[in-house]
Design a protein around this ligand. Structure first.
Ligand code: ADP
Length: 371
């Protein structure tokens, strides 16, 4: 197949220039001509494949630079070249600032120079178009992949939740052998799998969801997180101490706050010392007009200092105890950032860990909206 010649449009009010341009370059390019800006626009509209426009600057109805500036919005990809008979400083400035002209060439043109300029303009156009195409492909592939992961994870949760329900029923069944060793192992594995799947769903939703700002009952949100944990992990021997100092109603995105609390509280439970007799988790929330301050502290295994800088990275795990996926804190950090907040951690290995979250309280914005 013969490669298609690149399409170039030349606009000049002097017919002779159009003829000589065509004669000089028709073997290399597919040349279109127009003797006015209006005629040029018509050609552009009927020939969508044109990749370079060369325009004379001095034309009776409109300057070349003005014309190129005007077509920029409708044909942003097209490479623009101006030909001018004499040095015109104003035109040069406009060409650079407003029309984003690729090159500025003097008239009468030097054929070799002009050919080189046209070739490089076409190459530029092709590269830009290819890049744009690849970018779109990449964006599509990414969004397809994340939608697939999301819907697969979402669909996986239903059977997992039903297995967890069945395990609970079996445990309550008086006919079920009390000394069965398999059921607790199945339960533990299923819970981990469910936690991982839930994390993936949260990750996707945190990325994609539009912010939805409401007044939030923090006591209820914390209570929910603790209850969910008790249901899933049967951690009844952990003491929760809760402290709320809500000076101003907390106004934020409930979904993201829930993700933050669930993950931090679940870690505080998960990384307790196995032999600790007084397992403790302190949760405190303070709100002012413009800030929500949350602290979640535990007396668990703690984190080594060397691990702290990497803690919020995706898939990073600071311990081999209790097999997690290392995605929870990454999602927490992402959710905190989405809310324009800050998160930090203080920890001492073997003693305990405290996560501190500060979020802007949108209390005042919300009131303004409400009135
Ligand atoms: P996961 O818990 O699935 O491993 P996370 O991203 O939630 O993943 O946490 C990353 C790592 O940070 C954990 O593997 C653990 O080593 C450490 N970590 C998180 N929270 C605590 C905590 N409260 N106490 C001790 N270590 C923690």
């Amino acid at each position: 197949m013969i490669p298609q010649k690149a399409k170039i449009l030349i606009i000049d009010d002097e017919e002779q220039n159009l003829i000589s341009f065509k004669a000089a370059f028709r073997r290399t390019f597919d040349i279109f001509t127009a003797n006015s800006a209006a005629a040029g626009l018509e050609v552009l509209r009927s020939e969508p494949e044109i990749c370079v426009v060369v325009s004379d600057h001095r034309m009776p109805e409109k300057t070349g630079v003005k014309f190129l500036e005007e077509i920029r919005t409708d044909f942003p990809e097209i490479m623009r070249i101006v030909l001018t008979g004499y040095a015109d400083l104003e035109a040069t400035q406009d060409a650079i600032n407003k029309a984003d002209v690729y090159r500025f060439l003097n008239k009468p043109w030097n054929e070799t120079d002009l050919l080189a300029t046209l070739n490089s303009a076409v190459e530029h156009f092709n590269t830009k178009r290819e890049l744009e195409h690849k970018k779109k492909e990449l964006e599509n592939a990414f969004s397809e992949l994340s939608r697939f992961v999301y819907s697969a994870s979402h669909d996986l949760r239903a059977p997992l939740v039903s297995v967890i329900g069945l395990i609970n029923l079996a445990k309550m069944d008086p006919n079920f052998p009390k000394d069965d060793i398999y059921l607790p192992l199945i339960e533990k594995s299923i819970q981990k799998l469910d936690e991982f799947v839930k994390n993936i769903v949260d990750y996707y939703q945190n990325k994609e969801r539009k912010e939805s700002i409401t007044v939030i009952n923090m006591e209820e949100l914390v209570e929910d997180a603790v209850h969910t944990l008790e249901f899933y992990r049967q951690e009844s021997n952990v003491n929760f101490e809760k402290e709320f100092d809500i000076q101003f109603p907390v106004v934020s995105d409930e979904f993201r706050l829930r993700v933050i609390l669930n993950n931090l509280i679940s870690n505080a439970v998960k990384y307790q010392k196995k032999d600790e007799t007084n397992k403790k988790i302190m949760i405190s929330v303070q709100s002012s007009a413009d800030n929500v301050h949350i602290e979640i502290a535990d007396n668990g295994i703690g984190i080594k200092e060397a691990s702290l800088p990497k803690l919020f990275e995706m898939f990073y795990r600071a311990t081999n105890e209790d097999s997690g996926s290392g995605i929870g804190l990454y999602i927490v950090k992402d959710a905190v950032h989405k809310l324009n907040g800050r998160i930090s951690v203080e920890s001492e290995h073997g003693v305990g860990t405290k996560f501190i979250v500060d979020l802007p309280n949108k209390s005042t914005d919300h009131e303004n909206h409400a009135h």
